[in-house]
Design a protein around this ligand. Structure first.
Ligand SMILES: NC(=O)c1ccc[n+]([C@@H]2O[C@H](COP(=O)([O-])OP(=O)(O)OC[C@H]3O[C@@H](n4cnc5c(N)ncnc54)[C@H](OP(=O)(O)O)[C@@H]3O)[C@@H](O)[C@H]2O)c1
Length: 286
């Protein structure tokens, strides 16, 4: 099975399946790590206002002309259009006007002319504002300031509620997803609605890499546990945004396009589902 490195969003915008996630990356390290990721061949970075590192991420993306691209391009051959940048509106900024202000603050931090993907970080159901937050994102989308809009941590009932009033179907729902939490119901719903599933903590914060089934598959395929898990994400049709802190791991995590898991391998991983979350449940974030 030959998998393209990119997927089309429901509005035709292309997005790399594998991105670099920057949660818990200290602000002072973000620019250097983004540059390292771009040098390694990544073309998709995932940050959030809450991570406090948007400024560094923007510097890393802005330094595009200063390095040689990972696919052998000469220095300076990458442009802004070659990199897909995601950020997210934080919980305290829900509501129409607050979201527009939060977007301006994020763009000022990033130092970019436009954003590729803007997400609602958490639905924060008890605040009761996510439909208004999303309406502000639709405004930004129509104005061309962002190429695509979507959500994160939305449960089925949140998507149902959003779609009662939304005029633009979210392009993605970014959710915790790894071999121990496979989110079958949401993935099915996304497929029916033409929403891409984006996996956060795709390695289960690194913990899923010690699972005996993953280790055994790694030995069988002569791949590392991270490569097995990330290949599994690709074959499910997910976008995945693993975080890593060294060029060795960044490179390792991209080595997933030249092998294939069999139907039996996929069934073995499917059997690992146990509902284990490494992060918060959306019902508990408000
Ligand atoms: N929307 C949301 O609410 C939400 C929530 C959480 C995360 N996210 C996004 O998802 C991204 C990824 O999630 P995450 O950072 O929580 O977890 P993750 O990507 O599943 O795991 C990251 C951990 O795995 C380790 N690791 C990475 N590659 C490895 C390899 N090849 N071998 C062994 N260990 C490896 C990393 O270590 P080192 O760093 O030490 O290399 C780090 O400790 C975040 O950075 C963020 O962008 C979104």
């Amino acid at each position: 099975m030959r998998l393209s490195p990119r997927l089309a969003l429901n509005n035709g915008v292309m997005m790399d399946r594998l991105g670099f996630g920057l949660y818990k990356v200290p602000p002072a390290d973000a620019a250097g790590l983004v540059t390292m990721a771009l040098e390694t061949g990544y073309r998709h970075v995932d940050t959030a206002a809450m991570y406090g590192n948007e400024t560094g991420v923007g510097k890393g993306v802005g330094a595009l002309s200063a390095f040689a691209g990972g696919s052998g391009e000469p220095a300076g051959s990458l442009t802004r259009q070659d990199v897909f940048v995601t950020t997210k509106v934080w919980n305290d900024d829900h509501g129409y006007d607050a979201t527009l202000r939060a977007f301006d603050a994020s763009m000022s931090n990033l130092g970019l002319e436009y954003l590729d993907l803007y997400l609602i970080h958490w639905p924060c159901e008890k605040r009761g504002l996510f439909t208004q937050t999303y309406r502000a994102m639709e405004t930004l989308y129509r104005e061309g300031r962002v190429r695509a809009i979507g959500v994160a941590n939305f449960q089925p009932r949140h998507l149902d509620r959003l779609l009662e009033t939304a005029e633009v179907v979210p392009a993605v729902n970014q959710i915790e997803l790894h071999p121990w939490l496979q989110q079958a119901e949401l993935r099915e719903m996304h497929a029916a609605l033409d929403i891409l599933t984006e996996a956060w903590s795709p390695l289960g914060r690194g913990r899923a890499l010690t699972d005996p089934v993953i280790l055994a598959l790694g030995a069988e395929h002569e791949r590392t546990p991270a490569q097995i898990v990330l290949r599994w994400h690709l074959q499910l049709g997910n976008l995945a945004i693993p975080k890593a802190s060294s060029s060795g791991r960044l490179r390792e995590n991209r080595g997933i396009f030249d092998f294939e898991l069999s139907a039996t391998d996929l069934a073995d991983i499917a059997a690992l589902e146990c509902g284990l979350r490494t992060g918060s449940h959306p019902d508990n974030v408000n």
